[in-house]
Design a protein around this ligand. Structure first.
Ligand SMILES: [Zn+2]
Length: 80
């Protein structure tokens, strides 16, 4: 089991030209608009490093049309 404490998402600090960036689309319906949401992980007091129950929100994005979760890759997908 892979339980990790809350970890902030990496933020890009470099200025980029978004006109060159790929627009992510829903894998199911090709929709381009996503809704921000959170998956909430509850780490029980028994396994929490602090000995107290920890609530760890993980930000995710859902397709605004069909609700499909946008895969962000790697660690986050595994957590969900
Ligand atoms: Zn969709």
């Amino acid at each position: 089991m892979n339980m990790k404490p809350r970890k902030p998402l990496p933020k890009a600090k470099v200025q980029v030209d978004l006109t060159d960036a790929e627009t992510m689309t829903c894998g199911k319906c090709d929709n381009k608009i996503f809704i921000q949401g959170y998956v909430i992980k509850k780490i029980s007091a028994i396994i929490s490093p602090t000995g107290k129950e920890v609530i760890a929100p993980i930000q995710v994005f859902n397709c605004g049309n069909c609700g499909e979760l946008l895969p962000l890759g790697g660690e986050i997908d595994e957590l969900i």
